[in-house]
Design a protein around this ligand. Structure first.
Ligand code: IPM
Ligand code: MN
Length: 354
């Protein structure tokens, strides 16, 4: 029998995170009624405030509970009073690593009526997906200092790449490129001309796995060239696969060409475990509590979450409601404070349109 009840852990997090997640929940509740499934929300107050009060970032007991939910819905992590790195590493990265969410999936899609900074580019030109490896590379925190604080200081930060990690990531990307109804093309984004160990291995893994997918065209671009083409010829891309840091960087560029952080969503995926969905923008401290932040990215992340837990039609209904609210001209701009509607009103509008 098809599963009908889902337990979702809600980590609103810092800054505007809880505000945008609240609207996402509103929309997901509306769509769940229409498609007859139930969402049970379990709230966790992790983030900067709890850390300041108790010193806790991600207690093991909470991590244990998160291992058992159907998905995690995350707002934003990052607090102005907490030194950069503490919450990011202790919470966001730790969750990605502990739950082995080895895929960071970030669609770059320009919706109709959304202004892209790229002149003359239309929705049909900007529609690709970036698959970012999410558990290795420069993010693992390998390295250290020698003679710290002295003029002879040495800082080493190593990029860790395993054949297993690269291979499972490229295989996921090939599967997506095969399934996606576009050019069936997969571009490996690397730096084989300089990072001659890490990307040599990635490239061998890529072309080995390519043999399992004769219907997908394998393609390669250096990361710097990828940046150029994302701006000049975004229509060349269908699916891009890359390592953790390059993926971090090119997906911020991707977010901008699709209309900004207000609309960019992503998923941290463990295909056989617990996945976590989030708007990719930050906690936006200066907009916190003002009811002006754009919740569309969180709403789109909610749609991705439904797709992954097994409610693809409900997911599509949300995406359609987002598109119709944009084409209907109800939302003037995707930027915080310029939407012509409040955060709550955008949530109401999408919830009504599903
Ligand atoms: C992202 C963010 C994180 C990352 C930060 C907050 C650690 O920028 O999800 O892209 O670098 O992965
Ligand atoms: Mn980032």
């Amino acid at each position: 029998m098809e599963k009908k009840n889902y337990r979702i852990a809600v980590l609103g997090g810092d800054g505007t995170g809880p505000e945008v997640i609240r609207e996402g929940i509103k929309v997901l509740e509306a769509v769940s009624k229409k498609y007859s499934f139930k969402l049970e929300w379990v709230n966790y107050d992790l983030g900067g405030e709890r850390f300041k009060k108790t010193g806790e970032i991600l207690p093991d007991s909470v991590l244990g509970e998160l291992r058992k939910v159907d998905a995690i819905y995350l707002g934003a992590i990052g607090h102005p009073d907490v030194k950069p790195g503490i919450l990011e590493k202790g919470l966001l990265l730790r969750l990605r690593f502990e739950l082995d969410q080895y895929i960071n999936l970030r669609p770059v899609k320009l919706y109709p009526n959304v202004e892209s900074p790229l002149k003359d580019k239309k929705p049909e030109d900007i529609d690709f997906v970036v698959i970012r490896e999410n558990t290795e590379g420069l993010y693992v925190g390998a390295g250290g200092f020698l003679r710290k604080g002295t003029p002879n200081e040495v800082a080493v930060q190593e990029s860790i790449n395993t054949r297993f990690g690269a291979e499972r990531c490229v295989r996921y990307a090939f599967e997506l490129a095969k399934k996606r109804n576009k050019a069936n093309k997969l571009t490996l984004c690397g730096k084989t001309n300089v990072l001659t160990y890490a990307f040599d291995m990635w490239e061998r893994a890529f072309y080995d796995v390519a043999k399992e997918f004769p219907s997908v065209k394998p393609d390669y671009a250096h990361v710097d060239a990828t940046c150029m083409w994302m701006v000049k010829n975004p229509e060349w891309f269908d699916v891009i696969v890359t390592d953790n840091l390059f993926g971090d960087i090119i997906t911020d560029l991707g977010a901008m060409i699709q209309g900004g952080m207000g609309i960019a969503a992503g998923g941290n995926i463990n295909p056989s475990g617990v996945s976590m969905f989030e708007p990719i923008g930050g906690s936006a401290p200066k907009y916190t509590g003002k009811n002006v932040i754009n919740p569309l990215a969180a709403i789109c992340a909610g749609s991705m979450m439904l797709d992954f837990i097994g409610q693809p039609q409900a997911a599509l209904a949300i995406e359609k409601a987002v598109i119709s609210s944009l084409t209907g001209g109800h939302i003037k701009s995707l930027s915080a404070g310029k939407m012509g509607l409040s955060t709550t009103e955008v949530g109401d509008l999408i919830a009504k349109n599903v």
